[in-house]
Write a protein that binds this ligand. Sequence first.
Ligand code: CMP
Length: 137
Amino acid sequence: VAERSLVLIKPDAVRRGLVGEIIGRLERKGLAIDAMRLRTMDVALADQHYAEHVERDFYPPLRDFMTSGDLVALVVSGDEAIAVIRNLIGSTDGRKAAPGSIRGDFSLSNRENLVHASDSVDSAKREISLWFPELAE
Ligand code: CMP
C-alpha cells in the first residue's frame, strides 16, 4: 500500500554533514521525495510535533536539541513507506540500533539520533499537516 511519511533530518545530522548520506539511503531504497524544506523548528512547532512527549522527563532537552539549528523536513512516499523508513532508521537508541541502519551506523545517542519518521498512518497525516500544510489531505 502506498504511504507517505514525515521525515526530519535532525540538527545533529545537519551539523555533521550527514544530510546527503541519509537522503541517499532513502532514495536508493526506492522511496520518493514528495517535498523537502530546510528550516529551524521553533518551540511552538516542537510542542505540537512532539505533543505526545511534552510531559516526559526527556522532553525539555529534546526540545532544546530539536530547536538548536536547521533541520531538513521531507515528505517521503512509497509502498509501506512508514514501516520501511523506520526499519532503515533503526531503533531509537543509536547505541542499540542494528548496524546497517542509519542510527546503528552513525549515532551513539538516544536523543541525538539523526532522524525522525512518523510511526503510523495517523501520525504521518498529523505531522505532514504541521510541516507541509499545502500537502495535507
Ligand atoms: P523521535 O523519533 O524524533 O521521537 C521522539 C524522540 O525523543 C526520539 O526520536 C529521541 O530523539 C527522543 N527520545 C526518545 N526517548 C528518549 C530518551 N529516553 N531520552 C532522550 N531522548 C529520547
